[in-house]
Design a protein around this ligand. Structure first.
Ligand SMILES: Nc1ncnc2c1ncn2[C@@H]1O[C@H](COP(=O)(O)OP(=O)(O)OP(=O)(O)O)[C@@H](O)[C@H]1O
Ligand SMILES: [Zn+2]
Length: 690
């Protein structure tokens, strides 16, 4: 499906150059450490401390060491006016020495005595005098400045390894702490600190509501939240309570993060932005600590908004079976619940969170008093897509003739992120071709590429295979054409793309929230059209239908076990989004057997129906397949000229995609009950058919 495409996800908050908050504490602790290190090294380099060895005087030295011939050598530490004396090993045992210096023993090659001199010339003079007075005394070897080199200094010796160890440790903790890219994060000292990025009042953010196309209702809701903060009296005067939180709910890539980012720019209140995964850490208790810290900071800045992106990372329902439970995440969630209870509406903190899986969230989060409001953000309709195209085409040099509305028409079911992706791809494709503006054809290529992957020009497909693919796709297309509830065809192609899709048919999905059995059955029929066509025209089936079969199987299972649409199973739904484990089935073995049987029955019956339909319209399939072999791509208009207008078009035309503003009534409502929202695995209706 097209929706699972790469998104140009803005790295909200992180890597932002104008980081307003949290400048101070992060740096200072490291500076202090570095300073201490430098001081210590400097001290030991310049203050060459004299080791603690016995002090003596020059007379004592000359009379009791030099005169008896016990001195091995002397070393002169010139910058300190100190002379150190080394005694011969043998002399240590002489009676005279033992008598004069009781208790002073061998020092393992180090000097045993030292004495201070007033200055070097007078010391040297005194030595010369002594030698002339005692001509028999052997002159002592003099070594100048053999004081300990700086690295042998015990202080450096101990401090350096400690410092190095500390540095490595800090580096390691920094890594663990998440790099500290945003806000006050990172580092062992900040590990319990929230990583939220603060956008202060008046910060220039380069994203405004103008950059968010469509989503008008959501914008209003979001601005109302800011209004709550700015003039709470207006609301509380009538006895109302100000909500504590709102949840932005919608499929991936529909602009939830973008909207929040724009809100930060427009709100003019302090705005903390953090991602759910920022709370998650390998150490127990860190997540809870970060939540606590976040709220502490928020209370200081109140009135303010806290935005938690991808809240499902911490908000998942707390496990019910002990085996699968995740203590750390639960602690974090509990702390969040506690904090949300801990302030009242008057505190002036409102929490905004975004998720695309509201169904997996812990129900405690959703109950009134916490995230009381849900703001749903849907995939854009045709008007919305046109607007989003306009936003993303702004920086792109397009040709004068580009029809933006056509682009919107050709991208049903695409989210904002997909559209951003298409615009970018189109520009790249045009650039590769050396054009000086981006044309419609480049956009078409980009759309194909986003749906089906890269075009494989040199993928060698034998003529036989190509024929099978053409009839397969024609089968899909004809089924869709003659089934009342199937989506109208948009285009069908047999240009091979990506690794899997050898061709595909693209439809215009209707924006609808409820499906009845007939509609689901027609969709399944259409999905099976490829295989049925192969069966009819070649008498044998191929592996080309595996995607279709997966899709059909999924739909059939959902119909029976989720939507309670099978009379034998009854009005029962076994759907439980919060069931972590697929090991335990919520039904008995017998029911399991029955479900399998019914799934098989349903698919078999649908397949028979498809065969019937295609046999009836065999000639049309033939025509379409031949045209596909010739042209490779057919648009809806081409099909119309080949086989005539679609029989159900007249009464349905107005419904498709173009005019559906009424169906947006529940845009702001809560998610309708009974239909599990936004689970791609449960969505039975694909917009393309491989
Ligand atoms: N309504 C929109 N107007 C303009 N651009 C949009 C819109 N919706 C999405 N986009 C584009 O798609 C990108 C991704 O959107 P965003 O990250 O906000 O989606 P999301 O809903 O937060 O997705 P997810 O749930 O995966 O986090 C945006 O950076 C923007 O370029
Ligand atoms: Zn198919």
């Amino acid at each position: 499906m097209a929706q699972e495409n790469k998104q140009l996800k803005p790295n909200f908050g992180k890597g932002n150059n104008n980081k307003p908050g949290n400048k101070g504490p992060k740096i200072s602790i490291y500076w202090i450490y570095a300073l201490i290190g430098i001081l210590l090294i400097g001290y030991s380099l310049f203050h060459k401390d004299i080791p603690n060895i016995a002090r003596t005087s020059i007379q004592n030295f000359q009379e009791n060491m030099l005169a008896p011939g016990d001195v091995e050598k002397i070393s002169e530490i010139s910058d300190k006016n100190v002379v150190q004396v080394y005694i011969k090993k043998d002399s240590l045992f002489k009676a005279t020495y033992q008598k004069n210096f009781p208790g002073i023993k061998d020092n393992q090659g180090s000097p045993l005595f030292q004495f201070q001199v007033t200055d070097w010339p007078s010391f040297q003079q005194s030595m010369r005098d002594f030698y002339t007075a005692n001509p028999t005394v052997a002159k002592a070897t003099e070594v100048v400045d053999t004081d300990n080199p700086w690295y042998a200094n015990p202080i450096v010796n101990i401090i350096l390894p400690v410092l190095m160890f500390a540095a490595i440790w800090l580096l390691f903790m920094r890594k663990v702490g998440g790099g500290g890219a945003g806000g006050a994060g990172g580092g062992i000292f900040n590990i319990g600190k929230s990583k939220a990025q603060l956008f202060e009042k008046g910060t220039k953010v380069n994203i405004t509501f103008k950059d968010v196309a469509g989503l008008d209702e959501a914008k209003v809701e979001v601005m109302e939240i800011v209004d709550f903060l700015k003039s709470p009296k207006k609301y509380t005067n009538l006895g109302g309570k100000i909500p504590k939180g709102a949840l932005l709910v919608g499929p991936p890539g529909t602009g939830k993060t973008l909207l929040a980012k724009a809100m930060a720019g427009e709100a003019q209140v302090p705005f903390f932005s953090v991602s759910g995964s920022d709370f998650v850490e390998m150490f127990v208790g860190v997540g809870a600590g970060r939540v606590r810290d976040l709220f502490k900071q928020a209370r200081e800045k109140a009135p303010c908004v806290i935005f938690i992106d991808e809240i499902d990372a911490i908000g998942r329902a707390r496990g019910r079976n002990a085996m699968m439970s995740n203590d750390e995440r639960e602690n974090t969630l509990n702390q969040l619940l506690v904090e949300m209870d801990g302030f009242s509406g008057e505190t002036g903190i409102i929490i905004l969170a975004a998720t695309n899986r509201p169904d997996v969230l812990d129900s405690a989060l959703l109950r009134p008093g916490r995230f009381d409001r849900q703001i749903s953000i849907d995939r854009p309709d045709i008007k919305g897509r046109e607007d989003i195209f306009k936003v993303h085409l702004k920086p792109i040099k397009t040709s004068q003739t580009l029809d933006i509305f056509k682009l919107a028409e050709q991208t049903p079911g695409f989210a904002g992120a997909d559209i951003a992706n298409i615009c970018n791809e189109a520009a790249l494709i045009a650039a590769r071709k050396g054009k000086d503006s981006v044309e419609m054809i480049d956009f078409q290529d980009a759309i194909d590429r986003v749906i089906g992957g890269l075009e494989k020009k040199n993928k060698i497909i034998s003529p036989d295979e190509k024929k099978i693919i053409a009839y397969h796709e024609a089968g899909h297309a004809i089924c869709g054409w003659f089934l009342e509830y199937a989506y109208p065809l948009l285009k069908v192609t047999i240009v091979p793309r990506g690794s899997a899709a050898l061709g595909y048919a693209q439809y215009t999905p209707k924006e609808q929230y409820l499906y009845n059995t007939d509609q689901l059955m027609d969709q399944m029929c259409m999905t099976l059209g490829g295989r049925a066509s192969e069966q009819i025209f070649f008498g044998k089936i191929s592996t080309g239908a595996s995607n279709d079969l997966q899709q059909v199987t999924k739909s059939a299972y959902s119909m029976i076990t989720v939507y309670g649409m099978n009379p034998k199973i009854g009005n029962i739904s076994y759907y439980d989004p919060q069931q972590d484990s697929s090991f335990t089935k919520p039904y008995s073995e017998e029911t399991g057997k029955l479900i399998d049987e019914e799934v098989r029955n349903t698919i078999q019956k649908t397949y028979e129906r498809t065969l019937e339909l295609l046999t009836e319209h065999k000639e049309d399939v033939e025509k379409l397949a031949q045209a596909l072999l010739k042209n490779e791509v057919l648009f809806k208009s081409d099909v119309e000229t080949l086989i005539g207008k679609r029989p159900f078009e007249e009464n349905k035309a107005s419904e498709i995609d173009l005019v559906d503003n009424e169906s947006h009534e529940n845009q702001n409502g809560t998610v309708s009950e009974g239909v599990p929202p936004f689970d791609p695995g449960l969505n039975p209706l694909p917009a393309t058919e491989a």
